[in-house]
Structures are given as C-alpha cells and as structure tokens.
Design a binder for this molecule. Structure first.
Ligand SMILES: Nc1nc2c(ncn2[C@@H]2O[C@H](COP(=O)(O)OP(=O)(O)O)[C@@H](O)[C@H]2O)c(=O)[nH]1
Ligand SMILES: [Mg+2]
Length: 344
C-alpha cells in the first residue's frame, strides 16, 4: 500500500511525512522526492507472535511518498512535478494547514482543499478530453470505436466538468476499462488537518468536507514526539491528550479509505500479516501468498483471531470446534487466521 502526501506549500507535508515515517532529513535537506516505508503496528500480531514464538514475525507494510519540488520553484502548489510523482499511489493524503503560520494568511482549509482538488480534476479532465478526441479521430479513420469506453469517458468528462472528483462515482472507479487511466481524482483521499499543538478540533467552517474522510494531526507536536524516547514522550502524550500516535491513526484511516483488511498466517516458522481488500475470497487471499497456493487450492482452515484468543491455543480451539473448513468462495474477514491446504 502506497500513499502520496500532497497539499499546498507550507501546509506541513514534510513535517507530517517525517512524523509518520520517523525519517528526519534535518535542516538544509534537498527537496527531493522521498519514500518512507513503515511497518503497520498490529497488537494482534504481537499477541500471535508471543503465542507461536516463530522464527520470524512479519508485519504489513505501508509506504509514504512525498513528492519533491522542482528546482527553482518555491510553491509546491504551483508545481506540476507532484502530479507525475503520485500517479501510481493507491491513495492520497491531502495535508491542509489549519494553524496560524508566520508570513502566511490565516488558515483557509476549505479554499486550500478546493485548490488541490481542482488540480486533480483539471489534470484528469485534460487526459479524458484527449482520449475522447482520439476515439473520435480513430472512428473517422474507419477504426472501430469501443462504445462502452466512449460512454464511460464521457461520463467522466461530465463529472469533471461539474468539478466533481471521479472518486464520488463508484461505477467509474470500479470500471476495468478506466483502470489504465489511473485518474488522480479517482484515488481515495484522506484529508489531514494540520492543527496547532493545543487544537484537537476539525474545522467546521464549511460543509465541503462532509464527503471526505478527515482527521486532525498536530504535525509539529507529532514531529517532536516522533523524535523522543518512549519515556520522554509519556509526559507530552498525557499533557496533549494523545491516546494513539499519528502513525497508528493515519494507518487505521488509510486502511479504511482503501477498504483494506488483514488476515494472518501462523506457525513456528512465521507469524505474518497479509493485506487484502474487503470482500476478497479465500482463493484471492491464497493468491496474495503464492500463485501455487492459489492454483492448487483445496481448502482453507480458518479461525478468527478472537476465537483463538478465547480458546487459548490452537489445540483447544480445534477441540472446541471453532476451526472451520472453507472453500474458494469464502469471503475473508478481518482478523481471520488462515491455513491453506493446497496441492502442488
Ligand atoms: N505551528 C505549527 N507549525 C507547523 C506545523 N506543521 C508544520 N509547521 C511549520 O510550518 C512550516 C512548513 O512546514 P513543512 O512541513 O515544511 O511544509 P510543506 O511545505 O508542506 O512541506 C515549517 O516551518 C514547520 O515547522 C504545525 O502543526 N504547527
Ligand atoms: Mg516540504
């Protein structure tokens, strides 16, 4: 899972990136594109690891991409570079300044968000218009037209012209024909309001955020916390009422906007978390692990994490009959512990 961090200049993108990834470039760092990988904290994996004492414990991973600035350009917002850099991310984190900042106007979260949204929409609109022209030109030259594709891109154009992001239209987001377009406004969005240290509230000034998944981050504070030891941080966590770190909270929301869930595999050699989309089948989950397991799929032995914990051990769970045998079409649930039986 890869998330791109975008937003207006001085919104706190670098601050947030560093708070999330714990990768500190320090002052004087170049404005290069940065990629940070972090392991997804999951207490269920901690517990399973204690239970099975495996040789290896493998957590899921998340990548954060912070587009650099082009040389000579001061304003990230006026820079097309980030548009190219974020093409292949799974979701966007839009950082919006919601605190007073020396040398800048008072925060205007709604206007700032709309400006970024507008850039995404205009980029997609240009691509869609080009494609429509192309389809018409091909038709004139006697090449067959894919009516279905034309209809879909025209729907996209209509939405984009009305300044609506494609992500609002599930039938367009889900369309296989449009996958190759990798439209920016089709990507799930998490809006991160970068608040002052003592401010925990979401901006309420306008209804424009009612369609968005939003959360508050106190970027500067989280950046400081990220550089402290657990003991040093403890006092600040209490003083500023921080129950879960920004990293934990952003990851949770990222899973939410992407519709992702975790399943686990356990054993003496390895305890491991896997990430799939909600609604995926046991067969698809098997394919995540290895194509051989998918090809030779026989059955999945499944127990939910909660049932295993309630039983106390695998042996006890088997005795209690909480282990289930499921076929290819079973829909995997968050927290399922799966043992795939397969033929090679
Ligand atoms: N007061 C305050 N300042 C912040 C916060 N987050 C970032 N800043 C400051 O705002 C400036 C711009 O932050 P930066 O992360 O470089 O913004 P970027 O241009 O979006 O990457 C820096 O001087 C930060 O120290 C915050 O939550 N509160
Ligand atoms: Mg920056």
């Amino acid at each position: 899972m890869k998330l791109g961090i975008i937003g207006p200049a001085a919104a706190g993108k670098t601050t947030v990136f560093e708070a999330l990834t714990h990768e500190f470039a320090g002052p004087g760092a170049k404005n290069e594109t940065r990629l940070g990988t972090i392991t997804v904290p999951d207490t269920r994996i901690d517990t399973l690891s204690e239970m099975f004492k495996p040789e290896k414990t493998i957590y899921a991973k998340v990548e954060y991409l912070l587009p650099g600035k082009k040389e000579g350009k001061k304003e990230a917002g006026a820079d097309l570079n980030w548009i190219q850099v974020i093409r292949d991310v799974d979701a966007l984190i839009v950082v919006i300044r919601n605190h007073a900042h020396l040398g800048y106007d008072k925060p205007e979260p709604a206007a700032d968000f709309m400006a970024i949204q507008q850039e995404l929409i205009l980029t997609d609109l240009a691509a869609v218009e080009k494609r429509i022209e192309r389809i018409h030109a091909d038709a004139k030259r006697g090449k067959g037209t894919d009516k279905e594709e034309l209809e879909l891109v025209e729907k996209c154009r209509e939405a984009l012209e009305a300044e609506r992001p494609i992500r609002r239209f599930p039938e367009l987001v889900g369309s296989k024909l449009l996958k190759g377009y990798a439209m920016l406004s089709a990507k799930p969005v998490l809006v991160l309001f970068n608040n002052a240290d003592e401010d925990e509230t979401l901006p309420t000034e306008s209804g424009i955020f009612s369609d968005e998944t939003c959360m508050v981050i106190r970027g500067k504070l989280e950046h400081e916390l990220a550089q402290m030891s657990r003991e040093e941080a403890a006092e600040l966590l209490e003083e500023f009422n921080i129950a879960a770190s920004a990293t934990d909270r952003v990851i949770r929301k990222s899973y939410e906007i992407l519709g992702l869930i975790s399943f686990f595999t356990v054993g003496e050699d390895e305890v491991r978390a896997w990430t799939i989309e909600k609604g995926e089948s046991a067969l698809e989950a098997a394919g995540q692990i290895h194509s051989d397991i998918q090809k030779g799929f026989i059955r999945a032995e499944i127990i939910s994490y909660d049932d295993l914990i309630a039983a106390g051990s695998m042996a006890a769970a088997k005795k209690a009959g909480t282990f289930r045998l499921e076929g290819k079409t079973y829909t995997v649930k968050d927290g399922d512990i799966i043992n795939f039986r397969f033929n090679v």
